[in-house]
Write a protein that binds this ligand. Structure first.
Ligand code: ATP
Ligand code: MG
Length: 689
């Protein structure tokens, strides 16, 4: 008898869920690719597959599940647990809770590298640098080499880091990368080479890994056959969602773990590939079936969309149909609707914000909570006016993909204390920490760090060196704090309170709004309670930090209703009843930054498609006629006149209901006169452009 949780699935989904399950002798099935368009139930099918494996006896501790974000991994784990509980009742708890290897590629990589640290010559306490830390370290190294003097006009730390990352990710040569992407710094090639060599050495000496290293080290680790075998044999099943956004290195890791593809399932949609700027390649998903011999991977395609109404789907299909290259087919749905998606023209971003707020509130009036609505945009900066309007009108919101909670200086300061206790060779954390002491400048800090790094026990040696002048009582307090943290003497997460006590007087000295910032630190302590220990907390927070939110404490209360603001990139895999997309104009989508190649423009088209396919019942694209740009045009104006995104040419207008807002003339009654705002001067100037 088929299990009831499978009854809700359609035949193709069921085929994917049951693929290779229940083979004689508990054998594990061959490789499987599920490739299908947005909203066809790929993620849902993957969750059912994991549950089905567990229900049929697979050991959840031996299942590796990789998704795009920690949030998505947590959501998937919850779904699996729900299904398991339905089927197994009380017996489910230990089973479902055993699904501990669920996370992002980078997060899983970090965990495995710690497990195998000894074998691969890594310090088990290695720290992970986010982009900003990496740039800081690059800067330190640049400085040490005498390359940072301004008269040199040497590339900035961020450019250096971007070049380094590009070389590493493409596995190409520095010269090639400079020629193709950074021709203006070609003359610096020898110095850059020296810099990067020193950067790599500094990272190794300090036991520091950056984001790219997590994949590189992991790939290198499993390129050794014995280690590959050992790591691979920890997992009977390896399942990956959003496979279209993985890069070559990630694919090679998978193939090393599961050389014959046995137990390997990947899921994705080529039409939603939006991460090529991180070296993700659409070829991964297209080539997957043929990576295995003698038998190619089985492929399941899904063709029914369960998410969106037919009118939304028609518009989204219209947009993606114009793409140059496409492999997944169009979907169908039986969700009928009379309402076509809206294409709303407004005058500027202020009107756009006013319009969206008005509609969001109107939706709430008719029973659509704020949480079921989302506002999406190409770039994090596009939501500025809207955030102001929402704040003014006291409407709570959460922003994904924008400024991270952890980016604020005081949160980074406190984390530096923890990081330094975890890995006292980490110079970037060390600098940050020592700078908090009165009278300690870069030179003193540099000397202290150098002296203690030479010692096998850097923190012990810290206690022995003479205190820096003017540091006063702060010094012995710091030495004591670090020793306590290092020994994990007070337990987790109470040690954060200890670090807070030491740090707060410093915070009061340098920040006027100390009380707000203290509230953030309390919030950090609260977040820390959700992690088993300091190491996991630091690792996962660095890899996938929580988002900054509308309320100053960091994360909204769970039962509160709030509107979602998100970049399109961060909206991947999610859905809302009502979706608004801001700035659907040329220059924003496609972004001005993607002016170059056809490939870049095509990726922007897919981004629009990803955004549109997030909507279940209601989709609204807004096109302001003017929008704000950072730079100035020749007339000194920071606004530019905009036209509708090229991805919605006139031929696609049939799929939309076009609206101009605010309504003018009779329809708007007397409101129209009040609303009129004409910038005659700007219009005159634009005539001569
Ligand atoms: P995306 O490409 O955006 O990641 P997806 O293919 O992963 O989308 P899901 O998010 O898994 O799609 O599913 C989309 C919606 O369809 C969800 O609300 C899900 O619950 C629903 N759904 C999926 N399969 C079925 C089904 N067989 N019956 C009813 N609803 C379904
Ligand atoms: Mg999905």
């Amino acid at each position: 008898m088929a299990a009831t949780y499978l009854d809700k699935l359609n035949d193709r989904q069921k085929e994917a869920v049951e693929h290779g399950v229940g083979l004689p002798g508990g054998a594990i099935g061959g490789p499987l690719l599920i490739i299908a368009g947005a909203g066809s139930g790929k993620t849902n099918t993957l969750a059912h597959r994991v549950a089905h494996l567990i229900v049929n006896g697979a050991d959840p501790r031996r299942i590796l599940l990789m998704t795009f974000s920690r949030r998505a991994a947590a959501e998937m784990t919850r779904r699996v647990q729900r299904i398991c509980r339905q089927v197994l009742g009380d017996r489910a708890a230990p089973l479902a809770d055993g699904l501990t290897w669920a996370g992002t590629f980078h997060g899983i990589g970090a965990r495995l590298l710690r497990v195998y640290a000894v074998q691969i010559g890594l310090d088990v306490d290695f720290s992970i640098h986010d982009r900003e830390d990496s740039a800081d370290l690059m800067n330190l190294v640049r400085h040490d080499l005498g390359l940072s003097k301004t008269e040199n006009r040497f590339p900035t730390k961020n450019t250096c880091l971007a070049i380094y990352s590009r070389v590493v990710n493409s596995q190409g040569s520095l010269l090639e990368v400079l020629k193709s992407s950074y021709p203006w710094v070609l003359t610096w090639e020898p110095e850059l080479k020296t810099l990067f060599a020193a950067y790599v050495e500094a990272k190794q000496a300090q036991s520091v890994l950056d984001y790219d290293d997590l994949l590189l080290y992991w790939a290198q680790m499993v390129s050794h056959p014995d280690l590959a075998e050992d790591v691979g044999s920890r997992f009977d099943h390896v399942l990956v969602d959003e496979y279209q956004d993985t890069n070559r290195l990630q694919a090679s890791i998978l193939f090393s773990l599961k050389p014959g593809g046995r137990g390997l399932t990947v899921v994705g949609d080529d039409a939603q590939s939006i991460y090529s700027f991180r070296a993700a390649t659409i070829r991964n998903i297209l080539d997957f079936p043929r990576e295995f011999s003698p038998k190619a991977a089985d492929v399941v395609t899904l063709d029914r969309n369960y998410r969106s109404t037919e009118t939304i789907l028609a518009a989204a299909n219209g947009v993606i149909d114009l793409a140059r290259e496409r492999f997944t087919k169009n979907l169908w749905t039986d969700r009928t609707s009379q309402q076509r998606p809206l294409l709303v023209t407004v005058r500027d971003e202020a009107d756009q914000a006013a319009y969206v707020v008005e509609q969001v509130l109107a939706n709430r009036e008719v029973g659509v909570p704020l949480k079921s609505q989302a506002v999406l945009f190409r770039s994090s900066s596009h939501s500025g006016s809207l955030e102001v309007e929402l704040t003014r009108r006291n409407i709570p919101f959460v922003k994904f993909g924008g400024l991270k909670f952890l980016d604020s200086a005081h949160v980074k300061d406190l984390l530096a204390v923890l990081r330094f206790a975890q890995n006292p060779r980490d110079r970037v954390a060390g600098f940050r920490l020592l700078h908090m002491l009165p009278g300690v400048g870069p030179q003193t800090a540099g000397k202290i760090l150098e002296t203690i790094a030479a010692d096998a026990e850097p923190l012990a040696s810290l206690a022995e060196i003479p205190p820096p002048p003017k540091s006063g009582e702060n010094w012995p307090a710091l030495v004591k704090l670090l020793a306590t943290l290092r020994q994990s003497a007070v337990g987790w997460p109470s040690e954060i309170a200890l670090a807070r006590d030491w740090y707060e007087p410093h915070l009061e000295r340098i920040h006027e709004d100390a009380d707000t910032r203290k509230a953030d630190l309390l919030q950090l302590e609260h977040i820390a309670g959700g992690y088993p220990n300091r190491e996991r907390f630091l690792t996962e927070l660095t890899l996938d930090p929580p988002d900054a939110t509308s309320d100053q404490a960091g994360v909204p209360l769970l039962d509160e209703d709030y509107l979602i603001l998100s970049t399109i990139h961060s909206a991947k895999g999610q859905e809302w009843r009502s979706v608004f997309m801001l700035n659907c104009v040329d220059g924003c989508i496609p972004s001005d930054l993607a002016t170059g190649t056809t490939a870049e423009i095509e990726e922007e088209r897919r981004l629009l498609y990803v955004g549109m396919t997030r909507a279940r019942d209601c989709l609204t694209l807004v096109t302001p006629q003017r929008f704000f740009t950072g730079g100035q045009n020749s007339q000194g104006d920071r606004h530019v006149y905009a036209s509708r995104t090229r991805f919605i040419p006139a031929t696609l207008l049939q799929f939309f209901e076009t609206v101009t807002w605010p309504l003018v003339g009779a329809a708007a009654g007397e409101r129209s006169a009040r609303n009129v705002r004409i910038d005659v001067g700007a219009q005159m100037r634009s005539m001569w452009k």
